[in-house]
Ligand binder design. Sequence first.
Ligand code: SF4
Ligand code: SF4
Length: 200
Amino acid sequence: MSQNLEILIQKYYLLKQQNFNEIERNLLNIANSQNFKISCKKKCDYCCIAYLIGPEIEIELINYFINNTEYLKKKIIKNIKKWLDKILKFENLINQIKEIIPIIGCGAPSIEEVRKYYSLANEYLKLKIKCPFLENNICLLYPVRPFVCANICSITAPKLCKNLAADRKILKSSIPPVVIAINNKIVFYPIVEKIFEKIN
Ligand code: SF4
Ligand code: SF4
């Protein structure tokens, strides 16, 4: 890893912690303003079933984090291998998501493209394949977890998340993600596959 990239990753880590704090405050304010309570608790993991996508800098930080601990690295490689076996059966859906990631991530997608992405992402959610970064109901990446994971919470009972119930109420913050360009580019990738390429 070049020294420049390492400096960028460290800067991004600090900005990300501020971003997480702002998101937390914002979600709490939204919930309070509507007289709701946030239902999310430690070890509640029904929502850890999304197909994760993120910018290159987020992936580099996760890679940096995993590579610093041999035990974590071994565990995650094992989990990702199992996850890859599971998603193999849904190759067509995964390929469609992968095709649209660059459009969603770095261009100005049309409304149709955004709709298509959300429809595919919802199809994936219905498969209920647990995230390979999850172990004993705890996120192994918690301090460096993707923005998409930190940016949501629920104000309805967790069992509604479990059943993907239509009346579950998920809040998203209005705080934008922190992103840093690498080589003057911001490129989005599927997070799990990219991490596997890097750590395996
Ligand atoms: S979003 Fe739902 S599943 Fe996820 S932590 Fe909150 S209550 Fe639990
Ligand atoms: S990265 Fe962590 S928080 Fe995000 S889906 Fe996976 S286990 Fe859950």
